[in-house]
Design a protein around this ligand. Structure first.
Ligand code: NAP
Length: 229
């Protein structure tokens, strides 16, 4: 029987899930949904929703209007607002909620990680006058504003429309490399003393963690929030 699926994406795993579902069920209507954060996101060849739904109530309406049978949540492990809204809206509408979880990275021999629970804790772990590399989403950067002693290197996919509120920083535009050697060369070029990263898991952005290990650069690693299940 044909079904209508809402697939919450924004990750490489979400695209893989979409392609797999489409191959297995060519008659299903699968709507791939993105937050619309980046200018040229990786997407799928099919029906795409771009932009938020307007909180739980907006999503309830969307599920109802589109007669969604199942919502599959393949968002990033740190996209907790979307996941919680999705779970709650599905409960209200009696729609099946399925979540694809991503395992955290595990510290390996040679890694030097300082595990923290929150972004605030991460800001406190940087020593005076550090030169940290922030591999974080834009929404996390202002937490470091008070560290006026640090000289930050910030990697972003798109250039910000306004100046960042950090006191001292340089932006590197582009996506992370999947080659540890490239990431290490970048860290060395900028004399990076610390890497600040979320424990996102997955293969896509692991090269920077390997590079930090190779370059004996300490990683301030923000633990993954509890998954929405
Ligand atoms: P978030 O804080 O959980 O989401 C904030 C709001 O953005 C949601 O309440 C929702 O708006 C909208 N939204 C998020 N994901 C959406 C989706 N797939 N489709 C439609 N609307 C969506 O999430 P975030 O950390 O800002 O991440 C945004 C998106 O980027 C996620 O889809 C995630 O998979 C992707 N992504 C995030 C990261 C990361 O580092 N967090 C990394 C890679 C990719 P409404 O309340 O208006 O519905």
């Amino acid at each position: 029987m044909s079904k209508t699926i809402l697939l919450l994406g924004g990750t490489a795993e979400a695209i893989a899930t979409y392609n797999e579902l489409q191959t297995l069920h060519p008659d299903w209507r699968i709507i791939y949904s993105l937050a619309g954060r980046t200018q040229s996101p990786e997407t799928v060849d099919g029906e795409v929703n771009i932009g938020g739904f307007g909180g739980i109530q907006g999503l309830v309406q969307y599920l109802d209007d589109n007669k969604i049978d199942k919502l599959i949540d393949v968002t990033h492990p740190f996209a907790t607002n979307m996941s919680q809204n999705a779970k709650d809206a599905c409960q209200i509408c009696n729609v099946i909620y399925e979540v694809v979880l991503r395992l955290q990275w595990i510290q390996q021999a040679g890694d030097n990680w300082i595990d923290v629970d929150t972004i605030t804790e991460a800001t406190e772990k940087l020593p005076q006058n550090a030169k940290p590399f922030l591999a974080l989403g834009r929404q996390y950067l202002s937490a470091f504003d008070h560290r006026t002693d640090c000289d930050f290197i910030v990697r972003m996919v798109d250039a910000p429309s306004e100046k960042l509120s950090l006191a001292h920083y340089q932006i590197i535009l582009g996506k992370p490399s999947n080659q540890a050697q490239d990431e290490l060369a970048l860290f060395k070029h900028h004399n990076i003393t610390h890497l600040v990263s979320r424990n996102s898991g997955g293969d896509r952005s692991y090269a920077k963690i390997q590079a930090a290990s190779m370059g004996q650069i300490p990683v301030i690693m923000i633990k993954q929030p509890k998954p929405t299940t």
